[in-house]
Design a protein around this ligand. Structure first.
Ligand SMILES: [Zn+2]
Length: 50
């Protein structure tokens, strides 16, 4: 399972047990990223959280 960083478009490795509200840090641009659940598809996406 991987996320795509919305800031730099790099893949952010995930452990697979992330849930909405978790915070990740992009290993490439160091941006803090908030895990959000897409209401339409139910997929988890990342949103920058400055
Ligand atoms: Zn990034």
């Amino acid at each position: 399972m991987e996320f795509i960083c919305p800031v730099c478009d790099c893949e952010v490795p995930a452990e697979g047990n992330e849930k909405a509200g978790d915070l990740l840090v992009c290993p490439y641009c160091q941006a803090p990223l908030l895990v959000k659940k897409d209401k339409g598809k139910g997929e988890l996406t990342l949103e920058e959280d400055y």
